[in-house]
Design a protein around this ligand. Structure first.
Ligand code: GLA
Length: 486
């Protein structure tokens, strides 16, 4: 959770802009709500290196902030962000050239990527004090590289840098889904916890201060938000610590209405997608801010299983029931998405959410109140989204014991299914097992180390059909798998 400069500032980003956004994040309630990263996206350097290959930045763009600091040192802004109790993020590209264009459409700057300098650059980011790095794919795509290979090399450079500085550098993969990263990104390079972008950009940036013809005509539509949500649906790859990234948020930006803000927040929350707000925070309305900081919505987002929602039902075309399995037994978050032009009265069929009987309680998240009539229809306005948390009783799961190498023939015939995987991993490193299914899906599942004799549980979404889990010879002991009836 945090803020990213790209959507609202593109390549015009500089120290003053970042300071102002960080101050706002620290004082408008977002920091308290859990937004912690301030990420400087593309535009912070223009491809210049010194004779030793070190990145050189523009001294005017990144001046000293405190006495004793040097102009043109990125450590200045990282220290400033830290002084507000926040974490600092930076950006590079996996290839030689990055995407870099000013302001976002041209002219192009060459050599803004890290290829050939992976160890040097990631160590530099960490020494400057950055805690997060987003790694883009413009150069990688141009050179027709393998994402799985390059991002594994980068994961290793990050791990080396972390060892040297003792500072965690969170890895954000931005490969736009072009080489199916959900297949290889979970645990790539044995990295513990990562996110990977699943699609192209939600919008071209809207830089309000530019007032050029191009930027002035950019308006966000519900199509932008829904397409990013749909491009990100790879629930089999997502589990605790490993997340599909639906892109930076556009809440409150030009074209967004209250209903569309609710839809956007609801979909990102129920997907446990990174909440990296791309809006100019100084322009947020109270309504948008209160959605972004809605604690009950954020509790859904921060559920320890971190699963994506399953489309449980579409009772009439355009009315969709999305349900997110939660770590607490019998609990789900439910989003009712109305994609139609008319308001709708929607009655949820609880059986389709794998529940025995009617729920015990139902919470309306936007309005922070309990709903008393548990079987009544919920009213959802046109192009809006209702968000609820429901507690009830689960149907009994089917249990699959593991043998030494795999679990085969796991069945989820009604649709994507929800499962709890019990495992132990005493290897001391991340173990990547593979899930394959009858319709050709093959995805990586990363299992971080467990402590001592304790076993851990991760939630998983199984693809529709029959699936196998294989963990041959990799030292993770799978206890059993419980598969629920939805
Ligand atoms: C790509 C990424 C964006 C942003 C821009 C910068 O398009 O997907 O998120 O980082 O590059 O050019």
């Amino acid at each position: 959770m945090g803020w990213n400069s790209w959507n609202s500032f593109a390549n015009i980003v500089n120290s003053q802009i970042v300071q102002r956004q960080a101050q706002t994040l620290a004082s408008n309630g977002m920091k308290q709500a859990g937004y912690e990263y301030v990420v400087i996206d593309e535009g912070w350097w223009l491809g210049e290196r010194d004779a030793a290959g070190n990145i050189v930045v523009n001294a005017k763009q990144w001046p000293a902030i405190e006495p004793g600091q040097k102009d043109g040192d990125m450590a200045n802004i990282a220290a400033y962000i830290h002084s507000l109790g926040l974490k600092a993020g930076i950006y590079t590209d996996a290839g030689q050239d990055g995407c870099s264009m000013y302001p976002d459409s041209g002219p192009k700057y060459m050599s803004t990527g890290s290829e050939g300098h992976y160890d040097q650059d990631f160590l530099q980011f960490s020494k400057w004090g950055f805690d997060y790095v987003k790694v883009d794919w413009c150069g990688g795509a141009k050179e027709k590289r393998s994402g799985a290979v390059q991002y594994a090399l980068i994961a290793h450079a990050i791990q080396k840098a972390e060892k040297t500085t003792g500072r965690k550098l969170y890895f954000s993969i931005c490969e736009w889904g072009s080489q199916n990263p959900w297949v290889w990104a979970p645990g790539v390079g044995e990295i513990e916890s990562t996110i990977w972008r699943t699609g192209g950009d939600i919008i071209p940036p809207v830089v309000e201060s530019l007032h050029d013809v191009e930027h002035d005509k950019r308006v966000i539509t519900s199509g932008n938000v829904l397409e990013s949500f749909e491009a990100g649906l790879h629930p089999e790859a997502q589990h605790t610590g490993y997340f599909n990234d639906l892109d930076m948020m556009v809440m409150g930006m030009r074209g967004m209405t209250d209903a569309l803000d609710r839809t956007h927040m609801g979909l990102w929350v129920i997907s446990s997608a990174p909440l990296m707000v791309g809006t100019d925070l100084t322009r947020l309305s109270q309504a948008t801010l209160s959605l972004l900081t809605n604690q009950e919505a954020l509790a859904i987002h921060n559920d320890p299983y971190g699963l994506q929602a399953i489309k449980a039902d579409e009772p009439t075309p355009g009315i969709q029931i999305w349900a997110k399995p939660m770590a607490i037994r019998g609990r789900r978050a439910v989003a009712i998405l109305n994609r139609t032009d008319a308001s709708a009265q929607v009655k949820v069929d609880w059986k389709k959410l794998g529940m025995k009987g009617t729920p015990k309680s139902l919470r309306d998240v936007w309005n922070k109140r309990d709903l008393v009539a548990l079987d009544a229809a919920v009213s959802v306005p046109a192009h809006d989204l209702a968000l609820m948390v429901v507690d009830g009783e689960d149907e009994m799961p089917a249990e699959y014991p593991a043998n030494q190498t795999n679990i085969i023939g796991i069945q989820a015939f009604r649709g994507p299914g929800f499962a709890r995987l019990h495992y132990a991993n005493t290897t001391g490193h991340v173990v990547v097992i593979r899930m394959t299914n009858s319709s050709g899906l093959s995805t990586a599942i990363a299992l971080p180390p467990t402590v001592g004799s304790e076993t851990d549980v991760v939630g998983l979404i199984l693809p529709k059909g029959t699936a196998d889990l294989s963990f041959e010879g990799q030292g993770a002991a799978i206890g059993k798998l419980d598969v629920y009836a939805w």
